[in-house]
Each structure stands twice: as structure tokens, then as C-alpha cells.
Design a protein around this ligand. Sequence first.
Ligand code: AMP
Ligand code: MG
Length: 348
Amino acid sequence: MAEKEKETKILRVRNIYDDMENMQTAAEILAGGGLVAFPTETVYGLGANALDERAVAAIFRAKGRPQDNPLIVHVCDLDMIGPLVAEVPEAAIELAGRFWPGPLTMIFRKSDAVPAVTSGGLDTVAIRFPSHMVARELIRRADVPIAAPSANLSGSPSPTTAQHCIHDLMGRVDAIVDSGSCGVGVESTVISLAGEKPRVLRPGGVTVEQLREALGDVEVDPAVCAPLADGVQAASPGMKYKHYAPRAHVVILRGGREAFAAYVNAHRDGKTYAMCFEEDVPALGVPYVVYGGERDDASQAAHLFSALREMDELGAETVYAHCPARTGVGLAVYNRLLRAAAFEVIEL
Ligand code: AMP
Ligand code: MG
């Protein structure tokens, strides 16, 4: 991993009108081949010019990211997509009409303009049109497509505030745009349109239910809810790495409120924490961090990653996380939690 050697500028942007100077500084760094962490509606991204091999290579070094894990290319209007892709399938037009700008990434067959380092050596490219105004304005001013993985150190929970980016990337990147916290809280849904059938590779803010309503038949990759079997090639290379994990040992408990409380309360040692729903709190006899309402998948998504980071700040050694429902955005929450827990689930 690269040494901490850069002087990282913190650029506060409350909105794109009042902080135009900071926006311009960030855009010029991007246009000049530098690295800038910036907010999107999902999580903070670590951006670089997607067409500049050296700039993109620097993203991998700053994050300590494996080279074969491809990046998502962010655009600020549909016209930017043509030069990046070999073809635009009908399904993409349908999905763009419904869900862009927004938390949906589509995978296309790529054109030669996209360097291999950006696509992790694949012949496809992932593209997203974010809705966050700061992200869009930054891309517009930089005037290039922006490759941006999540702005965390590889393996740690994704960043949903500038503070998280500062914690992970201070000294490793040129600038961090600070615009408060992200709304969705988990990364975009990734759907591949490059195969025979549309296939969800990663669940996110746009739900499988919504995608099925738009396209009819949509497959969900088996790697979404299970570890990859030995010898099986990952459709989404990011799925094969340990991910989103705090230092604490995370275990998912699947069961009702009473069973959850009974299990965690049997581990009152001061180092065991519950990561739970608001409704669990009255029955708990161990320290806890709430990550949302039991039936509120949007609030679970918004708080999941900061709750995982908070566990390290509190010095938790073991974290028992109450399993979310696997419907709607809950499927994305479950997918991230499973990886944070290295697939350790206890049925109560
Ligand atoms: P992150 O940038 O951290 O949100 O990770 C991007 C995710 O998108 C990773 O899980 C990648 O594996 C996935 N991804 C990006 N490009 C492609 C592609 N061309 N084919 C399949 N998955 C992709
Ligand atoms: Mg990531």
C-alpha cells in the first residue's frame, strides 16, 4: 500500500452555489489527473479521470484495492455514455428512463476508449449517473467521466460521511469534498446488461422488485446471498473479497426480538455489543448501536456503515447484528452485513 505522502485538501461544499470556488478546485484536481473523494447519494466515492490510466492506477494504490476489481464510471448526462460503450441495449434505455439519475449501475460491453485498468481487465464497463448535485456538478466541471469506487480503504466499511473518508484516506488523496452525509447509505445496485438476461450482481438503493417491474425477468446472482463456491468465477469481482468489516468479529443473528435479546444478553462481558433495531433496545442488557427501525430498510441502509465503524470506536470485540428482512433495500443491507460477518449467520 502507498505511503501517506500527499497533502490532502478538505473542501467544504454546503451546496454547489455558495461554495463554487471549492467545487472548481476539486474539478481542476480531477481534470489534472488527481484523486478527489466526493459525496454521492449512495456513499462517498474516490474519483479520478476514468480515461487516464495513471490517475486510475492511483485510485487502486490509495485504497489498497485488488487490481482485478473494476471501477464504476460516473457520468453527469446520457451523452457521455456513447463513447464508453460498444452498444446500448433496449433494457438500458428503459432502466435509465426510470432510475437515472440515481443509485443504479449498469454494465455494458465496453469501447476501446475505456482503459483496461478501469474495467479490471474485463471487456465490460460499469456506468452510473448519480443524482447527488455535488457529484453531478463536479463531473460536469471536470468534463471527463469519473471512475469512482467507494472512498474507503479496501475491506473497511464504506464511507457515508467526509469524516469516514478523512479517517481512511488523509494523506493518500489530493482532496476530500465535505458535504455531510449520504442519503441512501449503501452502494448502488449493479445490474449486468452484457449477458443473455439482465442479472443483479449487487443489490442496492434500486431494488430487485423495482427492476423486475421495469424489465420482467431479472436474475439475481447467487453470490449476492452466499459465498462463492470454490472454483466459480465471480461475475462481479468485488464480491469475492472480504468487505465492509470492522476490526470486531461480526456475527449475524437471525430470529425474532426476544430470541435476539436472549442470545446477546447471555454474553454480558463488556466487549460484546448488539447491532440492533430501535425496537430491540428495551430488552437489551448489553451495550448496543442502533442501525435503524425493524421495518424501515431505508434507515437501516443509511446507518449500517457508520454503525459498523462506531463498533471499532467503542472497542467492541464481538458484534451480534440483528438480521434485516431480505426484501426491498433490506437485501442490500443483508448483502453488506453478510460480508462484514464473513458469512457467519446463527439461526435462533
Ligand atoms: P465499488 O466501486 O467499491 O462500489 O465497487 C464496484 C463494484 O462494481 C464491484 O463490486 C465490482 O466488482 C462491480 N463492477 C464494476 N465494474 C464491473 C464490471 N465491468 N463487471 C462486473 N462487475 C463490475
Ligand atoms: Mg467499495
